[in-house]
Design a protein around this ligand. Structure first.
Ligand SMILES: Cc1cc2nc3c(=O)[nH]c(=O)nc-3n(C[C@H](O)[C@H](O)[C@H](O)COP(=O)(O)O)c2cc1C
Length: 341
């Protein structure tokens, strides 16, 4: 109700400005103790990746790239918040405008290009953490680091965030960093995941704590590329796969305003593709490897669909823009009903 009004104002402004206004507004509301009032639904805690989650619904990365707002987002009642993508050095991202709403389709296209304040800023923020839910940190590479050196960027971020993350996501699936998705190829992936897992073993010994690692994949992967990904993830002891990032396909939004903009499409039209990859990977992965379903959740039923396809947890971003915190409550209610069926 409150968000319906706010949305009218926010949608009259540029999407990036609206994002900043809403995040700052949320932060203010959190500091005044008001976010707790928006969070109505209750849920059973669950265990996944060896961590206890207050509930299975999380914030997808991108909403809080720098760790500036996770306390406030957590205050809304999300079971987990994934922040990032963060890169070793700060970078401004692509020229503006670079975020577009496709309102008739409850969708967005973005080509932000990992704009972020760098890993040192994010670490300073998470050191102040009071949030009691699960905090995931999503890492990437700088736009000007060539793919042959990408592993150095991932290891740099990995080591810096390791002591502060409940889990770490390796993001190789954004369509907005040139050639990034090539890292999903069999040989590149094997090298990258092997090095990251070796670093994890080293840090686990040093810190006395084994932090789970997730791999986030693209929805545009061909079916025949999925077995190698599942096998590589398993071989290197990764704990979870997150399906999926945004799509470069425009099939579902043909002819709509902004549909020709370059970048990744998210929101309702992404759901079928994301669900397809989720279901296919679930069948290929051993059950000890968790799956997080993301892409196109705009109703509570969408979240239930992902759990029915084998996701252990779900996340959303674009649904938050269109529906606000009500979507979280609706997801938790529908999931609770499913649990009682
Ligand atoms: C504006 C915007 C920025 C995003 N930035 C990131 C990011 O930095 N890292 C990442 O892994 N995913 C990022 N994503 C992708 C989301 O986390 C999510 O995977 C995707 O949007 C599909 O979910 P949705 O349909 O609920 O939005 C971004 C999405 C949007 C819309």
């Amino acid at each position: 109700m409150f968000y319906d009004l706010a949305r009218k104002v926010l949608f009259a402004t540029d999407p990036e400005v609206a994002h900043e206004l809403s995040m700052e507004g949320l932060l203010m509301a959190h500091r005044l103790g008001a976010t707790r009032l928006l969070c109505k639904a209750r849920s059973q805690p669950l265990f996944c990746m060896g961590l206890e989650f207050p509930n299975p619904v999380g914030v997808a990365p991108g909403l809080d790239k720098n760790g500036d707002y996770f306390e406030a987002l957590g205050g809304l009642g999300f079971g987990f918040v994934e922040i990032g993508t963060v890169t070793p050095r700060p970078q401004p991202g692509n020229p503006k405008p670079r975020v577009f709403r496709l309102t008739e389709a409850q969708a967005m296209i973005n080509r932000l290009g990992f704009n972020n304040k760098g890993v040192d800023h994010l670490v300073r923020q998470v050191k102040k953490r009071q949030f009691k839910g699960v905090l995931g940190i999503n890492i990437g590479k700088n736009f000007d680091t060539p793919n042959e050196n990408a592993v150095d960027d991932y290891l740099h971020c990995f080591e810096k965030v390791y002591p502060h993350a409940d889990y770490i996501t390796v993001n190789i699936s954004s369509p907005n960093t040139k050639n990034l998705r090539d890292l999903q190829g069999e040989e590149e992936l094997n090298k990258l995941l092997g090095r990251i897992n070796a670093k994890r073993e080293e840090l686990a010994d040093a810190c006395g704590q084994r932090v789970p690692i997730a791999l986030k994949v693209a929805p545009d992967l061909e079916d025949d590329a999925l077995p190698a990904i599942a096998q590589t993830v398993d071989h290197h002891g990764f704990d979870a796969v997150i399906a999926t990032n945004t799509t470069i396909s425009r099939e579902a939004v043909k002819g709509m305003k902004h549909s020709a903009e370059a970048g990744g499409l998210s929101g309702a039209p992404l759901k079928a593709k994301a669900d397809h990859v989720l279901a296919a990977l679930r069948k290929l992965l051993p059950k000890e490897i968790a799956m997080i379903g993301v892409g196109g959740i705009t109703t509570g039923q969408d979240a239930v669909d992902k759990l029915d396809l084998g996701a252990d947890l779900v996340q959303f971003y674009t649904g938050m823009v269109y529906r606000g915190p009500d979507l979280l409550n609706e997801c938790l209610q529908e999931i609770a009903k499913r649990g009682h069926q």
